[in-house]
Design a protein around this ligand. Structure first.
Ligand code: SAH
Length: 466
């Protein structure tokens, strides 16, 4: 079983420093289930490839077998796919042989270890239970370009059809430790057949190697269940810890929000103009059932509640604190029954497919997407446009070109610390048209706030409809 990783950032042979393994000689390591070889099929200034070759010894596997031993599986113990495919053995090898790189430590090149590099990983044979679709749903939200080639069960007997084995190539701008962490967790998830008995420490390992990406991954639940080998109580524990991790992170970010952005934008009371523009678009669309995604403290919901046209309103946010503020702002406890029935607040995330959000007339996403980094943005696009699939989407985001008009905002800075990007009009429109095209919506764009002849309006709005 072979895993290769290539870097094309010159001097590419610095990859050797990150892996703590010289590119100029081969290395061998003995592991409980066989041996691991590390060598570099190419090592030039422009491109360097490291190979991790795993020789799994099926006899050693049987000798070492722990957990329920499965009598009557005698032959299967010796004759199986384990030596030839990427499985949890590969993850163990990554941790044992490339442990320093996995944890992002590099004595000689600490800055390079922190830097996203143009990396390509290739797994010669990866078993994928759940097929290519699941494989893509695991890696694409993390920002990889995925290419696959599926193997037939037997090339000489085509009528047997396809196997569950794929050759997989992943390309992305990633820190080496990130790439290794993704592989460490997701290879056994795809294989779904862990070789060792899963115990409590596996929860810690999963959370450690999943740090920074698993909590918000759209397939988080499936990953957790499979990684913990479908042991429900462990999976429940892991999920509870992941959910609180995401909620806390988001609350921390939001706590520092507001003041800065609000002060900047206040002079023109942009907040209010934005709400008016969104309400007007919804009214024009003739919709009655609206979900406000990333509703924050509920200002838009409050405005919508005043309009009789809207008979059912849902506010959804990942931050519990924001939802509590929204509850106060809307005075939910004291609303008369009839009003109370029109509105509901939900704790949820834009990253996950959520039945509760499906089938609405309209969704609003106001000043939210700029908080999502690009893998999350890609996940969000599917959650909203493919799964929730409202008839209409009204979405706003800052117009980066306008930032030069904000006094007190240094050039090149975003309006808010937590913004991952702020788009120019051209960037927003190109994203919007791409999404509309991919998911079968039409789209129009409108400025919000006073339009400046040179740089446009402070906020930009897109209205998608089916
Ligand atoms: N729409 C509101 C709030 C904008 S601030 C307004 O215009 O005032 C961005 C909001 O998005 C925050 O409340 C934040 O908690 C929420 N948010 C960020 N990431 C999210 C996610 N993954 N799922 C749901 N909400 C999210």
């Amino acid at each position: 079983m072979l895993l290769t990783i290539s870097s094309t950032l010159p001097p590419a042979t610095d990859l050797g420093y990150l892996l703590h393994k010289s590119p100029f000689r081969p290395h061998v390591f003995e592991l409980p289930f066989g041996s691991a070889h590390v060598f570099y099929p190419e090592a030039t200034h422009e491109r360097c490839t490291v190979a991790l070759l795993l020789e799994v010894d099926p006899v050693a596997l049987v000798r070492d077998r722990r957990g329920p031993s499965g009598e009557g599986r005698a032959l299967e113990q010796y004759v199986n796919d384990r030596p030839y495919v990427a499985s949890s053995f590969m993850s163990v090898a990554i941790a044992r042989v490339l442990g320093a790189a996995l944890s992002g430590r590099s004595r000689e090149r600490p800055a390079l270890a922190e830097q996203p590099l143009p990396l390509t990983a290739r797994l010669s044979v990866l078993p994928c239970r759940g097929g290519e679709g699941f494989l893509r749903r695991l890696f694409e939200p993390l920002g990889y370009t995925v290419s696959t080639a599926r193997h037939s069960l037997d090339e000489t007997v085509p009528e047997w059809g396809d196997s569950r084995y794929f050759t997989v190539v992943l390309e992305g701008q990633k820190r080496l430790s990130e790439l290794l962490g993704h592989l460490y967790v997701l290879i056994p998830v795809l294989d779904d057949d862990k070789h060792y008995w899963v115990t409590e420490d596996e929860v810690d390992k999963l959370l450690r190697h999943g740090e920074g990406w698993l909590a918000a991954h759209p397939e988080r639940d499936a990953i957790t269940r499979r990684y913990l080998r479908h042991q429900r109580s462990l999976a429940r524990e892991a999920l509870a810890r992941l959910v609180s991790e995401e909620t806390e992170a988001s609350e921390e970010r939001e706590a520092t929000r507001n003041e800065e952005e609000a002060v900047l934008e206040q002079r023109i009371s942009l907040d209010e103009q934005r709400r008016e523009a969104v309400v007007a678009a919804l009214k024009q669309g003739g919709v009655t059932r609206v979900v406000d995604m990333g509703c924050g403290e509920g200002k838009l919901l409050k405005a919508l509640l005043k309009e009789r046209q809207f008979t059912e309103l849902i506010g959804m946010d990942v931050s519990i604190r924001s939802l509590e503020l929204a509850k106060d702002r809307l005075d939910l406890e004291r609303l008369p029954d009839l009003q109370r029935q029109r509105i509901k607040l939900l704790h949820g995330s834009l990253m996950y497919r959520d039945k509760r959000l499906a089938g609405f007339d309209a969704a609003t996403v106001v000043e939210v997407i700029e908080h999502l980094d690009s893998p999350r943005l890609a996940a969000f696009e599917r959650v909203l446009f493919e799964w929730a699939r409202p008839g209409m989407v009204v979405l706003t985001t800052p117009n980066a070109e306008f930032n030069v008009r904000f006094e007190g905002l240094p050039a090149g800075r975003f309006r808010h610390k937590d913004h991952r990007f702020e788009w120019t009009r051209a960037e927003f429109e190109s994203w919007g048209r791409g999404v509309a095209g991919r998911f079968g919506y039409g789209v129009r764009f409108a400025p919000v706030g006073v339009v400046d002849a040179a740089v446009g309006a402070p906020t930009q709005m897109a209205v998608f409809s089916r």
